[in-house]
Design a protein around this ligand. Structure first.
Ligand code: SF4
Ligand code: SF4
Ligand code: SF4
Length: 443
């Protein structure tokens, strides 16, 4: 498959090898993150007037789902501020490895938790409380602070970035969808790794830290668990790490057989459909149920939400493939064929987010001038009126995203089915039906 090695360009290599450009971005991100926490806690309780809601759930979300994930995969993780304080404390250094490492517990993450089920649960928890989270600044502030504290706590007990790898609710779906991105970090020559002494990319050296994501770069075949931290580019003594441009969804040519990843695909697909119905649909009863957290109607909403994700969607999918001929057991077929839902889910989120973001983007202009909602007018835009943006292109853009997602998924389904020698028709039919439902919900 065609690849273009970006790290062959000397200026890119230089930027990635040096710690300073990344540190500069990290510091800006960390300041913004801490400001978002403070704004959430001390700013206006009106969500549309508060930096924490407007910049996290509208601006950051738009950049993440419409640009960063589709084009840069885990690019956000490369500059995310959440693991920074924990990593600095764990390492006892901000830049290069120190002579003396601090003595933390440094335990291995428990074997039975080395999967993404915890990330699936943490995402679902945020999703079930999202109506409150997306509109209440102090809840957003508390959740952002809790993520920072959880990352610090875990890094004192467990080695490397266990929060990112096993717990972060955002990292789970970025990892899943990063497989579709046209960018990857891979080794250049396997043979060089086989004869490499000490494997500094995993174990660290005086030039840098061992892979914080507990990945051996020499064995990387998918983007899912590489956080693009660039550490292995700095530690590899043989210049054997490359950042490549590649065709979209190259990783999906090798379907996963993991049930935690298969269910991640269902969780993301189902959540986008439920959000489209609840947050953008005309059904006031659903909206009320989602917003009245803790009440009996909210509990019904939770049960329906979980039933759609864990029973209805996977059940229909499994029923569809039940009778198809294959030498593989149903469980393995289920996990492999669920790979086809990855591009579909991503494009469902793109279509949903276009509505959500274009409707609310004008709040960003007002919030820039008055980030805490305290009556400031820093740039003279505090009183900018709310108005939905680009309304005329919204429906065509969403249709394009949904139809494109369906075609992309059908191709992925065909490849996955060919790999395990079974039929792709039930999977394509499932993707078609869910796309029709999403079109009905959004358009
Ligand atoms: S996994 Fe989560 S906390 Fe870690 S870098 Fe990615 S988004 Fe940030
Ligand atoms: S340090 Fe470089 S050559 Fe050695 S194992 Fe890691 S990637 Fe391969
Ligand atoms: S050290 Fe290399 S393989 Fe590990 S997360 Fe960082 S960039 Fe990815």
């Amino acid at each position: 498959m065609n690849r273009f090695e970006l790290t062959r360009l000397p200026f890119i290599k230089k930027i990635l090898k040096s710690r300073y450009p990344q540190l500069a971005v990290f510091i800006v991100m960390l300041v913004g993150y801490i400001f978002a926490i403070l704004a959430g806690l001390i700013g206006s309780p009106v969500g549309s007037r508060n930096f924490s809601i407007v910049f996290v759930w509208i601006a950051w979300w738009a950049v993440l789902i419409l640009v960063a994930v589709p084009f840069f995969g885990r690019g956000w993780c490369a500059v995310c501020p959440i693991p920074l304080p924990s990593e600095w404390l764990q390492r006892g250094a901000v830049l290069s490895p120190p002579d003396k490492k601090p003595k933390w517990f440094n335990l291995r993450w428990p074997k039975f938790l080395r999967n993404i089920w915890m990330q699936n649960i943490s995402f679902l928890l945020l999703a079930l409380f999202s109506s409150v989270l997306l509109t209440t600044p102090n809840i957003t502030g508390i959740v952002l602070a809790a993520m920072l504290v959880a990352a610090i706590g875990l890094s004192m007990v467990f080695e490397r970035r266990s929060f990112c790898r096993y717990l972060c609710p955002v990292g789970g779906f970025i990892g899943l969808y990063s497989q579709t991105a046209p960018i990857e970090l891979r080794i250049k020559d396997k043979q060089v790794c086989v004869t490499c002494d000490g494997k500094p990319c995993y174990n660290g050296s005086e030039n840098g830290y061992g892979c914080p994501w507990d990945v051996f770069p020499g064995g990387l075949t998918r983007n899912t668990y590489c956080g693009l931290c660039m550490e292995c580019i700095r530690t590899c003594p043989h210049d054997n790490i490359a950042i490549n441009l590649r065709p979209f969804s190259a990783d999906l040519a090798k379907p996963s057989t993991r049930m935690d990843e298969a269910f991640k695909a269902f969780i993301m697909l189902g959540s986008s459909m439920i959000y489209a119905g609840v947050l953008l649909g005309p059904w006031g009863t659903f909206k009320d149920a989602a917003y009245n957290v803790g009440t009996s109607v909210w509990l019904v909403y939770v049960i329906i939400f979980l039933a759609i994700i864990f029973i209805i969607l996977p059940g229909l999918f499994a029923l569809g493939i039940l009778k198809t001929k294959s030498a593989l057991p149903l469980k393995q077929r289920f996990a492999s064929l669920a790979t086809a839902l990855i591009p579909l889910g991503l494009m469902f989120w793109v279509a949903f987010s276009l509505s959500f973001v274009l409707t609310n983007a004008s709040y960003i202009i007002a919030s820039l001038s008055d980030p805490l909602g305290l009556g400031w007018n820093l740039f003279g835009t505090a009183n900018a009126a709310w108005q939905p943006l680009l309304t005329t292109i919204l429906a065509p853009a969403q249709t394009l995203a949904l139809v494109g997602g369906l075609i992309w998924s059908a191709r992925t389904a065909q490849k996955a089915a060919d790999k395990i020698k079974t039929s792709s028709i039930p999977v394509i039919a499932f993707c078609f039906m869910t796309t029709l439902v999403m079109m009905w919900l959004l358009l």
